[in-house]
Design a protein around this ligand. Structure first.
Ligand code: ZN
Ligand code: ZN
Length: 262
């Protein structure tokens, strides 16, 4: 009887431990994107990702329309009140547009990381939040980084990028990659020389880039040691097709509604 009890206790313990580790899977879900997988969510121009890391929740970008973002989160049973920190990649309507409406759903004083100061009108709409302008490579939580702010010399758009550590690997998540997807990835790879870039995802901004140039960019990302690519949003349909062909099984479709567990 005693032996049976011990075996049973062990069984329960193993089950609980497994269940616990299952519940604590790190993941991200694309909750706003103009490129959509088969989903009941509303697709609209812009980008946002819900990130769960060590049981904490972060939001990267907010899409164009707050009501669309909030409705998508509801459909996915994701509670905005759980969000610890918000990261805005850059000051374009399709990444920050949803923030004023989201501000009402977030806990008061939720920290929002920005690459540059907001105009007063937008800042005024989101008073209840604690807005932080970061300029250097910054660790904003355990295993979560934002890069230095990079600027596209042609259009002076300032943008920073999210880096999620995953053991000896890491994930790169871009908003629109206005400073150039290759420059962004090179800077991150240089910053984490001892780690492996597992995945780059988000918008690569290659809508008006010629096919040959897209192929070169795709090759360069591979040369940097990046294992998988999940281009979407402003990458452009044609460039996404080139990435799909070039990366084969290492192209990961991360459109609206798609989830990546790591
Ligand atoms: Zn943009
Ligand atoms: Zn964009």
């Amino acid at each position: 009887m005693k032996k049976l009890l011990t075996v049973l206790t062990l069984f329960v313990l193993i089950f609980v431990v497994n269940l616990n580790s299952f519940c604590q899977d790190d993941l991200f879900i694309i909750v706003y994107n103009n490129m959509a997988s088969e989903t009941e969510l509303e697709s609209d121009w812009g980008f946002a990702a819900w990130i769960e890391l060590d049981g904490k929740v972060y939001l990267f970008d907010t899409g164009t329309k707050g009501e669309v973002l909030i409705s998508n989160l509801k459909k996915l049973n994701l509670d905005p009140a759980l969000i610890e920190k918000v990261i805005i990649s850059h000051n374009h309507f399709d990444h920050i547009g949803g923030l004023p409406a989201m501000a009402a759903e977030l806990k008061p004083n939720t920290v929002v990381y920005l690459p540059e100061k907001l105009n007063d009108q937008v800042a005024g709409q989101i008073k209840s939040l604690d807005l932080k302008v970061e300029t250097g490579f910054t660790k904003i939580a355990d295993k979560l980084w934002i890069t230095e702010v990079m600027e596209n010399p042609a259009n002076r758009i300032k943008e920073h990028t999210l880096v999620i550590e995953n053991g000896d690997k890491y994930i790169i998540m871009t908003g629109c990659a206005h400073p150039g997807i290759v420059s962004i990835c090179e800077s991150i790879v240089n910053h984490f020389p001892e780690k492996i870039p597992e995945l780059v995802t988000g918008g690569f901004h290659l809508v008006s880039t010629g096919d040959q140039e897209v192929e070169k960019i795709s090759e360069r990302l591979k040369e940097l040691g990046i294992q998988k690519a999940g281009a979407s949003h402003c990458t452009g349909d044609k460039a996404v097709e080139i990435f799909k062909k070039d990366w084969g099984e290492n192209y990961i479709q991360l459109f609206l509604g798609d989830k990546y567990i790591f």
